[in-house]
Write a protein that binds this ligand. Structure first.
Ligand code: FAQ
Length: 322
């Protein structure tokens, strides 16, 4: 997994298990210091970050596809421009994140290979189809909203390059989220046909969005270690609950019904209670058997093949110039 662009002072040949260094590292985390690329870090910290950041990068890049499918069918020029800018932003987020993972020693080629061969994971939500134009607004509201919840937390994470990438990404995702809300408000408060489109989009995107936060804490093997090292500062369930608490009343306010008969406000707890997620469906999608998994990977593979000549030309140019 580690490539050939390691900062020179990172020695990966021997396992990083020195107890003194480990204690110093833990103390730095406890003091809230940022860990930077050339700093000593345990192998497992590096491995967890490469896993998470590369999955995150893949999610941004695959996340371009469901919405990208609507660029040519946008209802007017303004909407087309807004959508084009948004999809382009997601591609940029993928670039920042691949760079952040490269600072840990992962190579771009290995990460992309892992995505294209189906070895690497990416966010399950992007394996669902965008069936109507209202899906574009609903993705901005729900999917970007959930991503911001998670990424605002990650902006405080202990690894410097990841946390700094998150600050910029969150600013851009907030814009996407507002654009999505604006669209859904218009449809929800528009003609009966528009309202029905918004409701249908909500019915299809609500549960996949809740799944984005990952399995319940009790079934999340990575959380304890990520929390210990200040990579995650909130758990999957905590973030999911915060999202439901904020989003359910906003959806109700525009007259949309959340597709969950168990959803209700619990006065005593001060939270919205919600029904159980279909975890069988979640794991099926994560393991590659969702509605669009095959299509998404086939599209990425084709893009990769089509871009081969550009990579080869750049490599030849670099070789000639050096
Ligand atoms: N989908 O132990 P945990 C976006 C996997 S960006 C697929 O709880 P962890 C922008 C997990 O990897 C959205 N797989 O894992 C946008 C692990 O497998 P592994 C992406 C999932 O890391 C918006 C296993 O299950 N955001 O939306 C999912 O502690 C609009 C056990 O799970 C990020 O990637 C899932 N939903 O917590 C673009 C943020 N959930 O690797 C276009 C960074 C879990 O051990 C349009 N990542 N798994 O084999 C994270 O915050 C965390 O990695 C979690 C998972 C919260 C995703």
């Amino acid at each position: 997994m580690y490539g050939n662009i390691l900062p020179t002072d990172i020695a990966l040949a021997a396992p990083n298990t020195d107890p003194v260094k480990l204690a110093e590292f833990d103390a730095r985390i406890a003091r809230g210091e940022k860990i930077e690329p050339g700093d000593w870090m345990p192998d497992e910290y590096r491995k967890q970050l490469i896993r998470m950041i590369s999955q995150h990068a893949h999610s941004e890049v695959v996340g371009m596809l469901p919405e990208g499918a609507w660029i040519t069918r946008a209802p007017n020029l303004r909407q087309k421009l807004v959508l084009l800018a948004k999809v382009q932003d997601e591609g940029g987020h993928g670039q920042y994140l691949y760079h952040a993972a490269e600072t840990l020693g992962a190579t771009r080629e290995e990460m992309v290979e892992d995505l294209l061969t189906g070895k690497a994971k990416y966010a399950s939500v992007f394996n669902y189809p965008t069936l109507t134009w209202a899906d574009i607004g609903m993705i901005g509201w729900l999917v970007d909203g959930a991503a911001i919840k998670n990424q605002t937390m990650l902006a405080h994470c202990s690894y410097g390059p990841y946390s700094r990438a998150m600050v910029r990404i969150c600013a851009e995702e907030s814009f996407h989220n507002k654009q999505g809300k604006e669209m859904v408000y218009r449809y929800a408060l528009g003609t009966p046909k528009q309202k029905a489109m918004a409701q249908d989009a909500l019915n299809r995107w609500w549960w996949p969005t809740l799944m984005m936060f990952g399995p319940h804490d009790a079934d999340s093997p990575n959380t304890p270690q990520l929390v210990r090292w200040g990579i995650k500062t909130k758990s999957n369930d905590e973030l999911r609950q915060e999202f439901v608490d904020e989003t359910a009343p906003e959806l109700h306010a525009v007259g949309l019904a959340v597709p969950d008969p168990e959803l209700c406000y619990d006065e005593a707890a001060g939270h919205w209670k919600f029904g159980e997620i279909n975890w069988d469906e979640f794991w099926r999608v994560v393991k590659g058997d969702g509605p669009c998994n095959k299509e998404r990977l086939a599209t990425r593979r084709k893009a990769h093949d089509d871009g081969r000549w550009v990579r080869e030309a750049l490599a030849a140019y670099a070789a000639r110039s050096s």
